[in-house]
Design a protein around this ligand. Sequence first.
Ligand code: 13P
Ligand code: SF4
Length: 309
Amino acid sequence: MLATPTITEEIQELKRDRRAIILAHHYQETEIQELADVIGDSLELARKAQSFEGDVIAFCGVWFMAETAKILNPHRTVVVPDRAASCSLVEGCPPEPIREYRRRNPDHVIVSYINTAAEVKAESDIICTSRNAVQVVNSIPADKTILFLPDRNLGNYVKQQTGRQNMKIWQGACIVHATFPARRLLDMQAAHPDAVVIAHPECPESVLRYAKFIGSTSALIDYAAKSPAREFIIMTESGVQHSLRRDSPDKQFYFVANENCNCSECPYMRLNTLEKLRDCLSNLEPRVELPAELMERARLPIERMLALR
Ligand code: 13P
Ligand code: SF4
């Protein structure tokens, strides 16, 4: 009698049959990351989606990331394990006020974080990620007024790094990073005085001021691997543990819980499971579908960002 295939075997077989690639963000469960063809931050995953050659992208991340992959691959199929995998930044930045802002301020430059809906991207001049936000803003002529959206903490960090005065910032926030309390970080530092603090720029300034290094998820993982330090306090979602431990097996990592759930997990990212990954590869649902005209308008600001090296 043939043995029943494991879920991992089922996924691998479906992946071959569908000519699919599995892209996984660092915030996914370890078991998903172990099956992924590419693990990365949002910029690396967008670049991979841009150069991909199969038929199907199974995007293990959140919906806006999959939308970005679809916009870059309008004729390919992009599926996500769970349709409800959204993001508080997307939810807090609806397209209508941005359209209205654009109508009223046609000369302003709208810089949108990749954590936005496709409809918001379509109203934007250029997209950025946490990895390149400073570079993107520095690429805009100094006399231009900028609207940066939707993350206020990333916006404040970029404003401080670039010294831009004429920069308005949308007041959105990440429900994970914005609620990391500085006092818990200080308690953690007291318990581990040799640990180096490294943080994602979506954290509030009250946390970022203690960070020796600030960067995207992949940048934090690279920094920890190259640093001579042996212990780190990591101010981002705890899914990064997978790559931190893989790249720095002999180092110690401590995470600070947020106030809402006493954890450091993104509730949207964690909706994706191995079972749902198998099912989305099998059913090709939930699938990203966007009007062609919307994709065309949203593609331009994404491509402007990807052209910056
Ligand atoms: P990265 O740009 O590091 O991928 O971060 C994306 C994100 O959603 C952070 O919360
Ligand atoms: Fe959005 Fe925050 Fe989750 Fe990242 S961690 S996907 S910014 S809610």
